[in-house]
Design a protein around this ligand. Structure first.
Ligand code: ATP
Ligand code: MG
Length: 335
C-alpha cells in the first residue's frame, strides 16, 4: 500500500505528479494516466480524505477571517468523471456560508448578449470566500471548439470568429486570471481525467441502475462520439493555460476515492500557500476585551465560576497532565 499522507508538509509531494508545468506541451492520454499511479485502499482514502477535509475547514475559517483572498476552484471534465461527487465529498466539512457552487450550462440569451467572460465574472466569489465553478470559462475553448456551430452562434464580430480564435481566447483567459490573481483571487484548476473505458462503464451503470437513470441523457452518449476531439481540446487547453499564476492539475479520475483525495490535496495545498492568518487584535482592543471580561465575571451568579470557559480549560489541562503521568506509570484510564 502506498503511503499517501495529507499533512501539510507531505501534500506538496503527493500532488506533484498532477501538476502541469507552465509551458509544457501536453498530449492526452499519453502524458497523464487516468488510472493514476498509486494505489490507495478504500479505507486509506477515507482516512486521508477526512484529514484533508479537516484541514480545508480550518483554512477556510482563516480565509474568511482574513478577508483578503478569495479562491476559485475550476472543475473541468468529460461527462461522468465525478465533478459532482468531488464537490460533495471534498467540501463536506467546510462552512456552507463561505462556499458557493455555480454550474455553467449552455449560455442563456442574456448571457450570449455579453462578452464570453461576463457570466463567469459575475459569479466570482468575494474575498474570504471559496467559489466552485462546476464547468467554467474553459468551456469556451472546449465544447465551443469541438462544435464549431456553437462559435458560429455566438454574436461576435465576424473577424473574431476566424483564424487565431483559440490562441486569442487562451491569451484572454490567461490575462483575466492574472488580473484576478493580482487582486487576491486564487485559481485552483482541476481537470478530472477520465478514461474512455471508465466513462463507458459509468454510463452503463447509469442506464442499468434505476436510481441513476436521471443522471444519464442521450446527449451524453452523443458527446462521447467526439471523445478524440475533446482530448485534443483538453490537451491544447492544458498546454496553453497552465500558467505560473494559475496552473492546471490533472487528477486521475478512474478511481473515485483516489480522485477525491487528490482533489482535496490540491485544494488544501492552495490554501496552505495562501496561508491566511486570523487578524491580530491591537493593544487598545485587547484592553477593551479585559474590561469586558471583568464586567462579565462580575455578573456570575452565586456558585458559578466567574469565567466558566477558563475553568473548563484549566480542568482539561489538569486532566491531560494526569493522563500523561498515568500513561508513564500504570496506564490509568480517563474516567
Ligand atoms: P450533470 O450532467 O452531472 O448534471 P453537466 O455539467 O454535464 O452536469 P449538463 O446540463 O448535462 O450538466 O450539461 C451542460 C452542458 O452545457 C454541457 O454539455 C456543456 O458542454 C455545455 N456548456 C457549458 N458551457 C457552455 C458554453 N459556454 N457554450 C456552450 N455549451 C456550454
Ligand atoms: Mg451532463
Amino acid at each position: 500500500m502506498a503511503d499517501v499522507d495529507i499533512r501539510p508538509k507531505r501534500i506538496a509531494e503527493f500532488i506533484e505528479p498532477f501538476y502541469v508545468k507552465p509551458g509544457r506541451r501536453v498530449r492526452l492520454p499519453a502524458d497523464f494516466d487516468p488510472s493514476g499511479t498509486r494505489k490507495v485502499s478504500k479505507g486509506q482514502a477515507k482516512e486521508i480524505l477526512a484529514a484533508g477535509v479537516d484541514l480545508l475547514s480550518e483554512y477556510q475559517d482563516r480565509l474568511a477571517a482574513q478577508d483578503t483572498y478569495g479562491v476559485v476552484i475550476v472543475l473541468q471534465a468529460m461527462d461522468a468523471a465525478g465533478k459532482d461527487g468531488t464537490i460533495k465529498h471534498v467540501m463536506s466539512g467546510v462552512n456552507p456560508q463561505g462556499v458557493t457552487v455555480d454550474s455553467f450550462k449552455v449560455p442563456s440569451a442574456e448571457e450570449l448578449d455579453h462578452d464570453y467572460l461576463w457570466r463567469y465574472q459575475r459569479e466570482l466569489p468575494g474575498r474570504g470566500h471559496i467559489g466552485i465553478f462546476n464547468r467554467s470559462h474553459y468551456e469556451e475553448v472546449l465544447v465551443v471548439r469541438v462544435h464549431p456551430q456553437i462559435l458560429a452562434g455566438q454574436k461576435l464580430p465576424a473577424k473574431m470568429k476566424g483564424r487565431g480564435v483559440w490562441q486569442r481566447r487562451f491569451r484572454e483567459i490567461n490575462d483575466w486570471e492574472r488580473y484576478l490573481t493580482d487582486q487576491g483571487f486564487v485559481f485552483v484548476k482541476l481537470f478530472l481525467n477520465l478514461s474512455k473505458e471508465e466513462q463507458r462503464r459509468r454510463f452503463l451503470a447509469r442506464i442499468d441502475r434505476p436510481e441513476k437513470n436521471w443522471k444519464f441523457s442521450s446527449n451524453d452518449a452523443k458527446e462521447r462520439a467526439f471523445w478524440d476531439d475533446y482530448q485534443k481540446a483538453f490537451a491544447d487547453m492544458l498546454s496553453n493555460t497552465s500558467t505560473e499564476w494559475a496552473p492546471w492539475w490533472v487528477i486521475p479520475a478512474d478511481d473515485k476515492p483516489f480522485a477525491r483525495v487528490a482533489a482535496a490535496a490540491v485544494i488544501a495545498n492552495a490554501l496552505i500557500q495562501i496561508d491566511p492568518k486570523y487578524p491580530k487584535v491591537g493593544k487598545e482592543q485587547l484592553a477593551d476585551l479585559q474590561v469586558a471580561k471583568q464586567t462579565l465575571e462580575g455578573e456570575a451568579p452565586d456558585g458559578a465560576a466567574p469565567d466558566p470557559y477558563e475553568a473548563e480549560v484549566e480542568e482539561k489541562k489538569a486532566g491531560d497532565d494526569g493522563d500523561a503521568k498515568g500513561k508513564k506509570g500504570k496506564g490509568r484510564k480517563k474516567g
